[in-house]
Design a protein around this ligand. Structure first.
Ligand code: COA
Ligand code: AMP
Length: 630
């Protein structure tokens, strides 16, 4: 079947399409139908089916006689280790951890925060929660204690599972002190913590509250899989929005299983037994969907990679792993390829490895620039597929579905809508625009299975953030165009979200930190173009009247504050002091205009600007930081 037939098949009978896809999933009780729309605009999928994610991702492959096949390969160029875990071993490890959690009182519906680096135990912790119906929330290791505290207070976990440390190329990330500080800061206190002690750093445990990973499981009875309803939350994953308060995306079990399983073959062309690698982090949605759940649900082999594209130890590390693990489909962020291309433009490292098994490279998380795509196409001779999605959707909205048909690639476009998604480009009044015209990208409701069901404890915020602007549609927060062939082009965000090295960050959250500095009266943070990371945050500070402290010191302090409050991942390193910020007459800061000036792009003077002269001052300040070139 060609892509357009598959898309048509979905459009003409959505329920039939997803019920057929659901046949590949194990159900204790089969759902009577796919879509449950009685609470529209809140939609649910497979609500009356009973299933279990861990059973589908682990046990059923063992029962099918595939227990000795590898489920997870851990590759850590930082610790110089490679380790494989079979499906049978994974089952034993996960059911033991799940049994221990159960013995300590963790039950179906209880939340568990997971704060771990890229080690197989992170996936085991996720699967152990799924096994007993607990709802996990993984927090990325690059966030600081305060961000962890915010998440603890929002999802009120019964337990936290963490590791003693993470390993960045240049330093050990001390997770345990960060965890202790976060629990101290949070109002909600978890009942207990489980700490995986790594060789590189053994953390001090707090008596009565902390258990070591192994001690915790000693002598416990392994837990069986607990059947849960199709609409039972599988996990909560926090993502950046416009304010400092992150949004807790809720993914429900049935749709998650059906959709991810569907994507493995149809988008990534992966079957059971194939080897798939997504070089991301479990703290991000890519890590949830395509390091942990997708490949395992399909019965494929996944790779957990602890390292960086360059410097651990060299720019050939990806290709070495692809060769040695015989990776068939590889998924990474454009930033990672840019980092490699910068160090190895002629592809000398690529030539050293035999990459016969590699059939495609998938890119997502940020705009894939044409230069990088062309470089990869030329160097690897395989399709380089840009696909577009979000934490909220959990899987690709638009892609080139390699497992269905290798569509012609249009560079600059993540290709076409996947079944389940009807993409429209809307003007401000919510009317569809002509092909080729720029507008807000929206998706007709309902969103397909596997996408967010709501925001944790914040249904009104869910409606306000995504559903209210364009009634009948989900607002993606991205702006772009769709051409006559249905190819979409993602041009910019319509909100305060920026994308730094494939990491989604809120400039609003950074502004909250800057404003809290005692000398700062007013501030703005924008995302400026960065050759490697796509965007970098840059802050403007207006100081309190009478403040005559050294500006350099204040800049250093706010840089430190963002690192301490949000985390190193914010990569906030640039700021300048200005007298005033450009605003509209109604007082709205003209961030978009400042971005254009910083990036040396032409811009139209906003008709509503209060005082155009301020733009010259902004330009001058930006020039001192090396931006706004003539
Ligand atoms: N735990 C703790 N700290 C972390 C971290 C983690 N899991 N991940 C990143 N950090 C820290 C880094 O150590 C760095 O700290 P520093 O300021 O002390 O150097 C900071 O956060 C910024 O990290 P990063 O944005 O990764 O920049 P980098 O300069 O270390 O590396 C790249 C640049 C391009 C190599 C890297 O960003 C990269 O591999 N990007 C791809 C990202 C990706 O795959 N995203 C997945 C989305 S699909
Ligand atoms: P995240 O939720 O972290 O996955 O970030 C989602 C956002 O990243 C999207 O809303 C886009 O702004 C951006 N993004 C993701 N994939 C792409 C892509 N292929 N092209 C352009 N932007 C992308």
């Amino acid at each position: 079947m060609a892509y357009k037939d598959v898309y048509e098949a979905w459009k003409s009978d959505p329920d039939g399409f997803w019920m057929k896809a659901a046949e590949e999933i194990h159900w204790y009780e089969k759902p009577s139908k796919a879509l449950f729309d009685d609470k529209a605009p809140i939609y649910e999928w497979f609500s009356d089916g009973m299933t279990n994610t861990c059973y589908n991702a682990v046990d059923r492959h063992v029962e099918a006689g595939r227990g000795d096949e590898l489920a997870i390969m851990h590759e850590s160029p930082i610790t110089h280790s490679t380790k494989g875990i079979t499906y049978k071993e994974l089952q034993a490890r996960v059911s033991s951890l799940a049994g221990a959690l159960k013995m300590r009182g963790v039950e179906k519906g209880d939340r568990v925060i997971i704060y771990m680096p890229m080690i197989p135990e992170a996936l085991e912790a996720m699967l152990a929660c799924a096994r007993i119906g607990a709802v996990h929330s993984v927090v990325f290791g690059g966030f600081a204690a305060h961000e962890l505290a915010v998440r603890i207070d929002d999802c009120t976990p019964k337990a936290i599972i963490a590791a003693s440390c993470g390993l960045e190329p240049n330093r050990v990330v001390h997770y345990k002190p960060l965890l202790d500080a976060a629990i101290e800061m949070a109002e909600h206190k978890p009942e207990f913590c489980v700490i995986f002690q790594r060789e590189q750093e053994v953390a001090k445990l707090i008596d009565g509250r902390d258990f070591s990973w192994h001690g915790f499981q000693y002598g416990v009875k392994p837990a069986e899989c607990v059947p849960v309803e199709g609409n039972h939350p599988a996990y909560i994953l926090y993502t950046s929005g416009t304010t400092g308060q992150p949004k807790g995306v809720v993914r429900s079990t049935g749709g998650h299983l059906v959709a991810l399983n569907w994507t493995m073959k149809n988008i990534y062309n992966i079957e059971a037994g194939d080897r798939f690698w997504a070089a991301s982090d479990v703290g991000w949605v890519v890590g949830h969907s395509y390091i942990c759940y997708g490949p395992l649900i399909k019965g494929a082999q996944t790779i957990v990679f602890e390292g960086k594209p360059v410097g651990t130890p060299h720019a050939g590390v990806f290709w070495r792993i692809i060769q040695n693990q015989r990776v068939k489909s590889f998924f990474t962020a454009p930033t990672a390829l840019r980092a490699i291309k910068r160090e190895d433009p002629t592809g000398e490292w690529i030539k050293r490895y035999k990459l016969h098994d590699l059939q495609a490279i998938f890119l997502a998380g940020e705009r894939a620039d044409p230069d990088t795509i062309k470089w990869a196409q030329e160097k690897f001779g395989v399709p380089v597929i840009d696909h577009w999605w979000q934490t909220e959707t959990g899987w690709a909205i638009a892609a080139n579905p390699l497992g269905i048909e290798d569509l012609p690639i249009k560079i600059g476009s993540p290709s076409v809508a996947m079944p389940g998604y009807e993409i429209e480009i809307l003007d401000e009044a919510g009317h569809p625009v002509e092909a080729g015209e720029l507008g807000a990208i929206a998706i007709k409701l309902p969103l397909p299975p596997g996408t967010l069901q709501t925001l944790w404890n914040a249904e009104e915020r869910y409606k306000k953030s995504y559903l209210n602007t364009f009634p009948g549609y989900y607002e993606t927060g991205d702006a772009g165009i769709k051409d006559e062939d249905g190819y979409v082009y993602i041009m910019a965000r319509t909100d305060d979200v920026i994308n730094v090295a494939g990491h989604r960050l809120s400039t609003g959250a950074m502004e909250e930190v800057l404003s809290a500095h005692p000398d700062v009266a007013e501030c703005a943070v924008i995302g400026v173009a960065d050759q490697l990371k796509g965007q970098s945050p840059l802050g403007f500070l207006c100081l309190n009247a009478g403040c005559n402290r050294d500006h350099g010191d204040i800049v250093k302090e706010v840089v430190r504050d963002v690192r301490n409050e949000i985390g190193p991942v914010a990569a906030f390193k640039l700021a300048c002091v200005v007298d005033r910020l450009p605003k509209t007459r109604s007082g709205k800061i003209l961030r978009g205009t400042m971005v254009k000036i910083a990036d040396s792009q032409p811009f139209k003077m906003p008709a509503t600007i209060d005082d155009p002269a301020i733009l010259d001052e902004i330009k001058e300040a930006l020039q001192t930081l090396g931006y706004a070139k003539e």
